[in-house]
Ligand binder design. Structure first.
Ligand code: AMP
Length: 297
């Protein structure tokens, strides 16, 4: 089983063409829904009593929500604005609300999960929750500027508790205080994690393992509307794919990165979660084939 833990949010996303207000978002939401195309993930997250019923219904449709807590108060809110090229996002507001002092616990049924994804979230909560599982075979985490700036030591502790880290290029540089991505990856691997996947937005990603580097391109698109959640969809696809194969060989990890690129590309084609919510499994298979064709020479 796969369990995903992290933020579930009400997002305000400002793109040059459109602003979404109080849209269903959050790193765990994107990651778990992306993973749901490969397996049935369990979600552990917290929302407030202002969380709309229609959003709970979306979560229920795709995920096992036994681990979703509804607490008195406001749901975590994120507000971000993209530049005119959709390449840089500035965070305008991060309101933790009920997520702030959430004490997550793992439902009994999820404790046997062999795959665990710690989506972007408070690193202290993430490190605490991973210890509650009985027999994790493969775990992965992500982080974001906000946590690197406020809790860097805890981010490093979280990294020590997982097998793999997925992180975007700018955040890898900020976290490691290095400018070269290979140096960043080496430093992160020195914090006792085996795999590092550095996401480079539309340019794809780099997978690092021991002395190996596996670069993969992004799926080329002629229209991008909203990059929010691309990284989370990438990671969710990776771990969802691996869970469906029940294997963590390096060749499967390489394939999972390809699925990550493809699911990330669906996420950015529409606003908010729409890119994932409209998706059929056959769309994924078709795009994987196109991706392979794109690379054959
Ligand atoms: P991404 O575009 O992959 O960076 O993911 C964006 C999602 O991350 C949004 O839906 C936000 O709700 C969520 N998010 C933004 N900042 C944080 C944070 N500090 N902690 C947890 N989740 C966050």
């Amino acid at each position: 089983m796969l369990t995903v833990f992290g933020s579930t949010a009400l997002d305000t996303i400002r793109t040059p063409k459109k602003t979404l207000k109080n849209a269903l978002g959050g790193a765990a939401t994107y990651a778990a829904i992306s993973a749901s195309f490969f397996t049935k993930p369990g979600l552990i997250a917290v929302v407030g009593d202002d969380f709309p019923k229609k959003y709970s219904n979306i979560l229920k449709k795709y995920l096992d929500v036994q681990g979703l807590s509804v607490l008195k108060g406001k749901t975590f809110r994120y507000d971000g604005k993209y530049d005119k090229n959709l390449s840089v996002r500035k965070t305008l507001k991060t309101e933790l609300n009920v997520l702030g002092d959430f004490k997550p616990s793992v439902p009994e049924e999820y404790k046997k999960s062999d795959f665990v994804y710690l989506a972007n979230n408070d690193p202290v909560q993430n490190t605490r929750i991973i210890k509650q599982f009985d027999n994790v075979k493969f775990s992965m985490c992500d982080t974001i500027e906000f946590w690197i700036n406020t809790k860097r030591t805890d981010v490093i502790k979280m990294i020590k508790s997982v097998d793999a880290v997925v992180i975007n290029d700018e955040e890898a540089k900020l976290l490691t205080k290095e400018n070269n991505l290979i140096k960043c990856a080496k430093k992160i691997m020195n914090w006792e994690t085996s795999y590092v996947i550095i996401k480079k937005g539309e340019h794809g990603s780099l997978l690092f393992y021991e002395d190996m580097i596996f670069p993969s391109v992004g799926f080329s698109l002629d229209s991008v509307l909203d990059p929010t959640g691309a990284g989370d969809s990438f990671a969710g696809a990776m771990i969802g794919y691996l869970e469906s194969k029940k294997k963590i060989s390096i060749s499967e990890i390489k394939k999972s990165v390809v699925y990550g690129n493809v699911m990330g590309s669906f996420a950015v084609e529409r606003y908010g979660l729409d890119g994932l919510l409209r998706l059929k499994k056959s769309d994924i298979t078709k795009r994987i084939k196109q991706y392979e064709k794109m690379l054959s020479f």
